[in-house]
Ligand binder design. Structure first.
Ligand code: ASP
Length: 365
């Protein structure tokens, strides 16, 4: 789409806003003056255009610059293209590259916004929460359900929220979506089409925007536990499966035979798995003895596991499976990848896994 047709939405809405002439009248926003924010564009629907094979991320930051400036008020923006990918095509090496990029330029900015496709955004925000643990500035991921070129899109509102969160000075990795801000390692995409696509799972929202402005819940922001150090390694040998009635234990054997070092299982309810007709737990025991790190989570979106209740969970704990507790699936999986990137010693993996690294898990009692 050319510059002229992209300008149409704002003319239609009568919003001929000139960023430099926009006055900030809300005193709570004055603190955002003179803040310098970097926006890194990785693609996704926010930057999408329709091409012969369907919707693809096609706009560069230059194409979106007018809109981004419009929602940033007097905040000093720098914008950069990092990649232009549908987030289905984002892979762990991209997480590592993003973490390196953010770590490398964090000293020059008050905050960083990452524009990202929504489909795998929560995996990226979870992994960045670990790789950028204890970062001293806000890193805020956002995206949208409709392209910024669409006059009824959520794109500009989401960017506005992300940019203002990035200017807030609250350090950490966050997701801003639909006027809500959540911890990056607690966010999950729960709706495929609605603007209200993301929720904070088992954790309060960090901020909400209403007629009162952006209200930040400071008590929900995890305290930094040490000095920032980029930790961008990860293991590629991690696999994830979902439990279903009829699942065969040979699946576990095949995964172990392929050389995987870690397995995240989405089990039933509070963490149950079969051991009668097919002794799935018995096979898990063998692969754990062989050195595989196994984490058990739940298919339920909310509330997490409690594996010490039923026999189907206790048996798994007894053979050395680790528990995901109240983590999201995205956080539980990426945490395992990240820890296995540092060590494959099962005792160390367990020790690290039980630590709340970035707010992803309520402390284990
Ligand atoms: N398929 C898109 C992506 O994840 C969806 C979106 O951004 O909303 O890149």
């Amino acid at each position: 789409m050319d510059e002229k047709s992209r300008a149409i939405p704002f003319l239609v809405l009568g919003l001929r806003v000139n960023a430099s002439s926009r006055r900030i009248t809300n005193s709570s926003e004055e603190k955002y003056l003179n803040k310098k924010i970097l926006i890194i564009n990785t693609g996704g629907t926010l930057s999408a255009v329709m091409k012969g094979n369907g919707l693809i991320p096609g706009l560069s930051v230059n194409d979106m610059q007018a809109e981004l400036k419009m929602v940033s008020g007097d905040i000093d923006l720098e914008i950069e293209d990092f990649c232009s990918l549908d987030s289905a095509n984002i892979f762990p090496e991209d997480w590592s590259a993003m973490a390196k990029k953010i770590s490398g330029c964090k000293a020059s900015y008050d905050g960083i916004v990452v524009i990202h496709g929504t489909d795998t955004l929560a995996y990226t925000s979870s992994m960045l929460s670990f790789m950028l643990r204890n970062i001293g500035i806000p890193v805020v991921l956002t995206g949208s359900q409709l392209s910024i070129t669409n006059p009824v899109a959520d794109a500009m509102e989401n960017c506005r929220c992300a940019i203002h969160m990035a200017a807030s000075g609250i350090p950490g990795v966050f997701v801003a979506f639909n006027r809500k801000v959540m911890l990056g390692c607690r966010a999950s995409k729960v709706r495929s089409m609605s603007f209200d696509a993301f929720e904070s799972i088992n954790y309060p929202y960090i901020a909400k925007i209403s007629s009162l402005g952006m209200q930040i819940e400071k008590s929900a922001v995890p305290e930094r536990t040490g000095i920032f150090k980029l930790s961008d390694t990860y293991s590629k040998e991690v696999c994830m499966i979902k439990m279903f009635p009829g699942i065969h234990r040979s699946l576990i054997e095949a995964i172990a035979d392929k050389g995987y070092k870690g397995l995240y299982i989405e089990a039933y309810g509070i963490g149950g798995m079969p051991f009668l007709k097919h002794d799935f737990i018995g096979t898990l025991e063998k692969v754990i003895r062989g050195g595989m790190a196994v984490v058990v989570g739940t298919q339920c979106r909310y509330e997490g596991t409690k594996m010490d209740v039923y026999e189907t969970g206790r048996r798994a704990l007894a053979i050395g499976a680790m528990e995901a507790h109240d983590m999201t699936g995205e956080a539980a999986l990426t945490k395992l990848m990240w820890i296995l990137g540092m060590t494959e010693d099962l005792n160390e993996v367990r020790d690290y896994y039980e630590i709340n690294m970035a707010g992803e898990m309520a402390p284990v009692k």
